[in-house]
Design a protein around this ligand. Structure first.
Ligand code: MSP
Length: 636
């Protein structure tokens, strides 16, 4: 019997379309869901929208439409975005649906039945802002004005309360018995400290009177917005309805994934509501960090929204998914910039992953006639590397430490690159052709790349299918077994195809280039005319470049046509190095180029710059730089 796994996101407000913070949350949930599914679990993944409350009422009023009209519009945008980002949710709940209303009625009914005095009528007093129609806390008030500068009144009103104070001890006992209830631990510590400091009953202020659900048997028209919102996790499963099979099967949730700003509602109030109603508590709450811009939380109210639609359109959902998971240490905050995306795209995806793929595939194509090599291999460095790294990767995935999981994936990729460089298959081919030893080397490279892509499957689902097909593997073989060495068939067709990560036009996104700071000089010696000045030297634009593609120039013994990436653009160079180097061994290599040379035609091919090489009696030896130096780095 597969293990059931129920994962939920926060339900998003519908006063506006989602921004990067919302996208991030659904991408993380999707990565978890896809991983659990391919490990064999029976997964149920829920997301949705929170459609009650004053935010949406106000937004709708501004636009002169009904709240439900605005909600319908925004929900359509949500669906389109989740489709674009490949979010594989099983269900989408809207709090305006009848099934949700039924669930909310039922939870309140059970609360009143089991603990009739948990909801009681009391008196509420506080600072009320007639302009914003909302109460503000003491902390938010300065000189009897609200943070928006409007004058406040001291107001009292009859109000319904939830007796949260009753649950302090019970919650603390529960936390003690479930030391992994909230992740990360720092956030759990904050939750525990908050509860230990004493819990006040929750009031249902005027602000939370919504166009929703009445408290049964009590007053009309009143519901507590958070009780309403949180109940989505069970109403979506049919809680309170005659069809509660899903609720019986999937509840309690295995993971409620939320942002850290709403941890109190999920880790304190929600468990208290459930205790009051006698419903089992969820197993785990994970509070992720915030995406920031200029160190401020990205949010509609701050007005610093980031919607990286252009990035997603131009580089694909998978590259974006990879970026957000690799860039953010899960649980912590992270600044967003397009520049950071482009750096990762170029370094991790285009260079490390894309180049290694095309290099290994091209060798398989030219040495083994476009098929996977005939000889498998059960004893080699890559097999050992993958057996060492896969368990660490899996631990990372289990512990929701995605950055760590991806780092381990990249370790394997680096090992593959090192292996290819060390084995020099192009030399082997020159010396003894496509023999068994070469077959093993290439098969090992392809097989370990297959494992890399299986590791990446939850992060980049679409590209994984494409990559596995190119490698000659079953594109759907991404389960537990597929992480084991030895699955790539022999003698099946491979496909090199177009580059998986086409070049990034950095200038189109960022604009301009970084200028070098002026160099201070204190020297004033008389000029030696036999030497060049520092200014003359500075006129030469020397840069590190990545070789992305290489092929022999037809009818020439010496010339190789190179496509290199200079940190900003791809360019074609022609280099007289064919007597020493084969095209295959050049791809993926870092070289130093003269970037501002006048173009010249060599054997009919225009060369835009020059690759630097030492010349040993006419035999070239390329200047090399450390693999970690990014393309575009100035050499000076
Ligand atoms: N509707 C409530 C949640 C009710 S759940 C029963 C809500 N909605 S929200 O639209 O404001 O936020 C939805 C989720 O996005 C929350 O988990 C929130 O933490 C997350 N994010 C909103 N802005 C964020 C960032 N800038 N960065 C990362 N996630 C953040 O709260």
């Amino acid at each position: 019997m597969p293990q059931k796994f129920y994962i939920t996101t926060a339900i998003h407000y519908v006063n506006d379309v989602p921004h990067i913070g919302h996208m991030y949350e659904n991408i993380v949930a999707d990565v978890i869901a896809r991983h659990r599914r391919r490990m064999g679990d029976d997964v149920w993944f829920l997301t949705g929208t929170d459609e009650h409350g004053q935010r949406i009422e106000r937004s709708a009023a501004k636009q002169g439409i009904l709240p439900i009209e605005l909600a319908d519009r925004v929900v359509a945008d949500h669906h389109a975005l989740w489709k674009k980002l490949n979010i594989s949710y099983d269900d989408f709940i809207r709090t305006t649906e009848a099934r949700h209303r039924i669930g909310v009625h039922e939870i309140i009914r059970r609360m009143l039945e089991r603990n009739p005095d948990d909801i009681y009528l009391g008196e509420f007093s506080g600072w009320y802002c007639p302009n914003d129609e909302t109460y503000f806390t003491e902390k938010e008030v300065t000189d009897a004005r609200c943070p928006n500068g409007h004058p406040l009144e001291r107001a009292r009103e009859q109000n319904y309360f939830f007796r949260l104070s009753r649950y302090q001890r019970l919650l603390l006992d529960f936390y003690k018995q479930h030391p992994d209830f909230v992740q990360p631990q720092t956030r759990f510590n904050e939750v525990i400290a908050f509860v230990q400091a004493g819990l006040k009953d929750l009031s249902v202020s005027r602000t939370s009177i919504t166009w929703g659900i009445p408290w049964p048997g009590n007053a009309d028209h009143i519901t507590y917005v958070w009780l309403d919102a949180l109940t989505n996790y069970i109403s979506a499963l049919g809680f309170g309805s005659s069809d509660h099979e899903k609720f019986d099967h999937y509840w309690p949730a295995d993971v409620h994934l939320i942002g850290k700003d709403i941890i109190r509602f999920h880790a304190i109030y929600w468990p208290a509501f459930l205790m009051s109603a006698g419903v089992e508590l969820p197993k785990k709450i994970i509070g992720h960090g915030w995406w920031l811009r200029d160190n401020q939380k990205i949010s509609k109210s701050v007005g610093n929204i980031v919607r990286p639609e252009n990035i997603i359109d131009d580089f694909g959902a998978d590259a974006f998914r990879y970026f957000v998971l690799r860039e953010m240490v899960f649980g912590q905050d992270q600044n967003y910039s397009d520049e950071a995306f482009l750096v990762r795209y170029t370094a991790d995806l285009a260079n490390d992953l894309g180049n290694t793929m095309s290099r290994a595939l091209k060798m398989s194509e030219s040495y083994f006639g476009g098929k996977t090599p005939p000889t498998p291999c059960q004893d080699n460095d890559l097999l050992r590397a993958s057996r060492g790294l896969v368990p660490d990767y899996l631990r990372g995935m289990e512990e929701y430490a995605f950055q760590r999981a991806l780092e381990n994936t990249w370790r394997l990729l680096v090992a593959i690159n090192g292996y290819i460089v060390a084995k020099e298959p192009w030399k082997k081919f020159k010396e003894s052709g496509a023999d068994e030893s070469l077959s093993r080397v290439i098969w090992n490279s392809l097989e370990s790349l297959r494992i890399v892509w299986v590791m990446l499957a939850p992060f980049m689902p679409t590209l994984t299918r494409d990559a596995l097909a190119r490698l000659g593997s079953d594109p759907d073989a991404i389960g537990r077994n597929a992480l084991e060495w030895g699955q790539l068939p022999n003698n099946v067709a491979i496909r090199v195809g177009e580059s998986m990560f086409p070049r990034a036009d950095r200038a189109a996104y960022i604009g301009g280039t970084m200028s070098n700071p002026p160099i201070e000089t204190t020297q004033a010696a008389p000029p030696d005319l036999a030497k060049i000045s520092i200014d003359q030297f500075k006129e030469i634009d020397l840069r590190v470049a990545d070789i992305r593609a290489a092929e022999k120039v037809e009818k020439s013994k010496k010339l190789i046509r190179l496509t290199v990436f200079d940190g900003e653009n791809e360019r074609t160079l022609v280099a007289g190095i064919a007597t020493r180097y084969s095209p295959e061994e050049l791809v993926g290599r870092k070289v130093v180029i003269v970037a501002n040379l006048q173009p010249a035609k060599l054997m009919g091919v225009e060369s835009n710059g020059m690759v630097l090489a030492a010349s040993i009696n006419g035999e070239p030896s390329l200047l090399s730089v450390d693999a970690s130096v990014p393309a575009g780095t100035k050499v000076k």
